[in-house]
Design a protein around this ligand. Structure first.
Ligand code: C5P
Length: 218
């Protein structure tokens, strides 16, 4: 387990974050939320006042911010040039802008390099959209999580403190569409991944399923 990489991919609200943290905690592994890194990059672009409809402008600044992610599954942290952005990156401004920023190849190349540095020798659960396909294609355990759109929206609405589930569902589906159709590293079910549809299961049940996959593979 000291060197294992567990790749967790899937669309927004499929339960990846809670499951990934739970699995890392149960197995004593580190945890990396790559979505938080894309959100941090987006926060930086908004701070800089970059025109988000201009991929060249985004690309020109992609190498500037120093993004640092802590890997404790019970207390994940994220900073940009030393500023704690953990709360800011969950706000509506970042959520609404993150998919177009993440589609820019220079953004992905910069964060890919950082992600590979953090993964290092392994012993980590990594969640995102392209982990099993691009970031860690040799990961011995790959999971692709999905859930019904309504179930995903209901979970997110609950997390966000009772916002309108229909509006959340529309926003999730819009992000999924951009994430799945971009040219560079689109959201896709990686080769060799175990598909878990989490709709009928509790969080603990899904964590147990992933732990069982890890035990079978090691
Ligand atoms: O996982 P989360 O919803 O926080 O991710 C936010 C956004 O970051 C996604 O909608 C996607 O555009 C982008 N992302 C990505 N590749 C990853 C992780 C996230 O493009 N590996």
């Amino acid at each position: 387990l000291a060197t294992i990489v567990i790749a967790m991919d899937g669309p927004s609200g499929s339960g990846k974050s809670s499951t990934s943290r739970g699995v890392a905690d149960r197995l004593g592994l580190r945890y990396l939320d790559t979505g938080a890194m894309f959100r941090a990059m987006t926060w930086f672009m908004l701070e800089q006042g970059v025109d988000l409809t201009d991929p060249a402008a985004i690309a020109a600044l992609a190498g500037k911010p120093l993004i640092a992610s802590g890997t404790d599954p019970l207390a994940p942290t994220i900073t940009v040039d030393g500023t704690d952005v953990a709360e800011a990156i969950r706000g509506e401004a970042v959520t609404g802008a993150v998919s177009p920023v993440s589609a820019v190849p220079e953004v992905r190349a910069r964060l890919l390099q950082l992600q590979r540095e953090i993964i290092g020798a392994g012993g980590i659960v990594v969640e995102g959209r392209d982990i099993g396909s691009v970031v860690a294609p040799d990961a011995p355990v790959k999971v692709y999580m999905t859930a019904d759109a309504a179930a995903r929206a209901a979970r997110r609405a609950l997390e966000e403190g009772g916002t309108d589930a229909a509006a959340v569902e529309a926003s999730l589906l819009a992000r999924d569409k951009i994430d799945s159709s971009r040219a560079t590293a689109p959201l896709t079910m990686p080769e060799g991944a175990h598909h878990i549809d989490t709709t009928p299961y509790t969080l603990d049940e899904v964590i147990a399923q992933v732990v069982a996959l890890v035990e079978a593979a090691t």
